[in-house]
Each structure stands twice: as C-alpha cells, then as structure tokens.
Design a protein. Structure first.
Length: 267
C-alpha cells in the first residue's frame, strides 16, 4: 500500500512539473514570436546609456529549443563607453540564454559578452510571476542576489524584497495601468514615490504576455495588449501628503511604430 502511495505521489509530481514546463511552450496551432520591436521595452536594473547606441538595432529575435520554448534572444545589453561607467545600450551583437527547470526560468543576460550586467531567475506558475532573483555580474558592483516576491490582491500585485514593499502594480481589464515605485529614506520609512501610468492600449495581441523573463519586457508581460503611452511623475512625502516635485517623464509611441509589433510563426 505504501508503495502505491509513493508511486501515485511521484506520478502527480511528474504531472505538476510537466504542466509547469508546458506553460513556456508554444501551444499547438498557435503563433510563436520570431521578432519583437524594441519600442516600449524598459530596463529597471541598469542605466541605459545616452552616449552609446546601435543605430542598426530595432528589434529582438527569438530562437527556440526542441520543446518549442524560447531559449535565446538576439539583441541585448552592451556596456557603454568608459565615460559612461555602469551604463548599457542595446545591440544585436549581444544575446541572452534562457533555460528551464519546472516552473523556474533562468536567464543569462548578454551571455556572449565579456562585461555582463546581471543574471536573472524567475519562478512563474500558471502565468503568474511568483519571484524574481537578480544577480549583478558587472565588475565592482554588489554581486549578492536581490530576490523579489509577488503577492496578488484583487487587481493589484505587490512586489516586495525582505518584506519591504518595492512596487505596487495595478492591472485593469487585462492590462497594466499603473506602477507605483515606493521610495524610502535611510531609516526605512517611505519618503516618496514614482507613479507610472500606462495607457492608450490597442487591440493587438501581446505575444509577450506572461513572458516576464524576456529582458526589458517585464512590465509588458502583465498585459494582453500593447500600450502607446506612459506618464511618469515623482512625488515627495511631506507631512503625510504626496507632493509632485517637478520630475516627470512622458513617452508616446506612434501607432505606426507598434503596428505589426511582432513577426510571428504559426505552426
């Protein structure tokens, strides 16, 4: 009887692992991504260089393993010039390597470059991100990994590290509409925030939805469609009230830029 129970548990464990890995495959008779344009990509973990850029780079190219899972992204981060220490720019010379184990996805960013920004590891279950680990690989920077966890409450997703709230993400009608990035003082008290509003979504299917592990597409992965506008404002907490401090950033993406955002291969 004990042997039967053991075999049953082993079988259920195998099924669970298989289902998790199936989450990352292209479903039968559906379209896989071949390329994606670089518009809308955002990189929180590095500084994007303004003094270095590759004028020939405009899209990411995806390759697949034998199980129809993305295992390589051509187009990644390259260290900027010596005068722009710690900053990176995008180029198709660099590429990312992606591997899978159950519901864990590991990504080596700019794996073919001598100077690399970081490695990342994601735990994703049924299309929801559970955790994200970022380990710096850049020389002279702290190499201790930072682990972010995610909690779900209604239409909000709470990103935390060491029990500290880092971000609050709001999803409405299947699309990410707001991200609040909380700011803390040296004593660990909230002293401000940055609010980012995502809007002007089109009806185009977002083939990066749920693919949080594609570097730069983390925020896009929460949405079923493609956004065309972001508005970012910074606030200081003064006497219990958030006061706009004059720092803002706006970006509008021309619909012609995001038309046919993806090149697809339908099997």
């Amino acid at each position: 009887m004990k042997k039967c129970i053991f075999l049953t548990l082993t079988f259920l464990s195998f099924l669970s692992c298989s289902r998790n890995e199936d989450d990352f495959k292209i479903p039968q008779n559906e379209c896989g991504i071949v390329t994606a344009k670089t518009y809308n990509y955002q990189f929180d973990d590095v500084t994007i260089s303004t003094s270095s850029f590759d004028v020939n780079f405009s899209k990411f190219t995806f390759e697949y393993d034998s199980q129809k899972r993305i295992n390589k992204v051509i187009g990644s981060l390259i260290a900027g010039s010596s005068g722009d220490l710690g900053a990176f720019y995008l180029s198709n010379i660099a590429s990312d390597e992606i591997t899978y184990s159950g519901n864990t996805v590991s990504v080596k960013i700019s794996v073919n470059m001598t100077t690399r920004p970081y490695d990342k590891e994601f735990v994703i279950d049924n299309g929801k991100i559970i955790s994200r680990k970022v380990t710096s690989k850049y020389p002279f920077l702290n190499s201790d990994p930072v682990i972010y966890t995610y909690e779900y409450s209604g239409n909000q997703i709470l990103e935390k590290t060491n029990d500290r709230l880092i971000k609050t993400l709001t999803v409405e009608n299947g699309n990410l509409t707001k991200v609040i990035k909380w700011r803390y003082d040296l004593n660990g008290n909230v002293n401000g925030k940055i609010e980012v509003i995502y809007s002007d979504y089109d009806t185009q299917e977002n083939l990066l939805k749920g693919k949080f592990f594609i570097n730069g597409a983390f925020y896009m992965a929460f949405s079923k469609n493609i956004y065309h506008k972001t508005d970012s404002k910074s606030y200081d907490l003064e006497n219990g009230v958030y006061v706009f401090n004059g720092n803002f950033y706006n970006a509008t993406f021309d619909p012609t830029q995001t038309t046919n955002y993806f090149e697809k291969n339908c099997n």
